[in-house]
Write a protein that binds this ligand. Structure first.
Ligand code: ADP
Ligand code: CDP
Length: 222
């Protein structure tokens, strides 16, 4: 059972995917973490992120290893655990520029397909282009959405900033990243034609998890 869960930032992809994988005994892959990890490596190796040719030339250098346990997602770059630094502001602001470079996408996509191939009992893979590009033959494809307002409130809450100013800044940064991810030429953020869309704006996380589990079980029983 291969499940692809795509959608913009803050729709609940990571929380839902981890919970669904744990419930159904599947492996779990956070593809956003891989793009964040390669971005972290570029920042720390002085690669000029305004120069796509420099990013492309360096794309093959870092070794990225992703764990697939939904209870303990792990990611290393050249053997170093980067799970904390990849969530920082510096990486978040730079990741869309790095992930838009075709050489980066080719490298990371190959890695993702290999991880999915090796997941004997099945896997939940979350990202932006899983249903359209990485695993177009996935058994179940889900596309999560939510209003920009709800997504910004969720992200802002995570960062501890619930005041109007930090909410507005978070919303702006989120909208900018979504526009870049949806507008790039190579495998942009998009819903696959055969993906089932779930609007999570008015749903609790528990309701989203239940909904996705039901959708997968329906596919499984066919
Ligand atoms: N349906 C929901 N209702 C309220 N909060 C949610 C919901 N889904 C996720 N969240 C919260 O929103 C934040 C972002 O969720 P996350 O799973 O990281 O989204 P994504 O991976 O799509 O960016 C997390 O703090 C999460 O707990
Ligand atoms: N399959 C994917 C997953 C992420 N990404 C890129 O990686 C970035 C970070 O993804 P993420 O899932 O960690 O982002 P959040 O929604 O968690 O903030 C995205 O903004 C995209 O630029 C991508 O291009 N393709």
């Amino acid at each position: 059972m291969i499940v692809g869960i795509d959608g913009p930032s803050g729709t609940g992809k990571s929380s839902t995917s981890k919970a669904v994988a744990a419930k159904l005994g599947l492996r779990y892959l956070d593809t956003g973490a891989q793009y964040r990890a390669i971005t972290w490596w570029m920042l720390h190796n002085g690669i000029d992120l305004t120069d796509p040719a420099a990013i492309a030339a360096a794309a093959g250098r870092p070794e990225i290893v992703s764990g697939t346990d939904p209870a303990a997602p792990a990611i290393t770059v050249d053997g170093q655990d980067v799970s904390a630094p990849i969530r920082g502001q510096e990486v978040t602001s730079a990741v869309s520029a790095v992930s838009a470079v075709p050489e980066v996408r080719a490298r990371i996509t190959a890695l993702q397909r290999e991880i999915a191939r090796q997941a004997q009992g099945g896997i939940v893979v979350e990202g932006r282009d899983i249903g359209t590009t990485v695993l177009p033959d996935a058994d179940a494809k889900i596309f999560l959405t939510a209003s920009e307002e709800a997504r910004a409130a969720r992200r802002s809450g995570e960062q501890g900033g619930r005041d109007a100013q930090s909410l507005a800044a978070t919303r702006q940064a989120l909208a900018r990243r979504d526009a870049a991810d949806s507008g790039r030429k190579t495998s942009p953020l998009a819903k696959a034609g055969d993906a089932i869309e779930v609007d999570t704006t008015e749903l609790t996380l528990e309701q989203v998890i239940e909904c996705v589990v039901t959708l997968i079980e329906e596919k499984r029983s066919r």
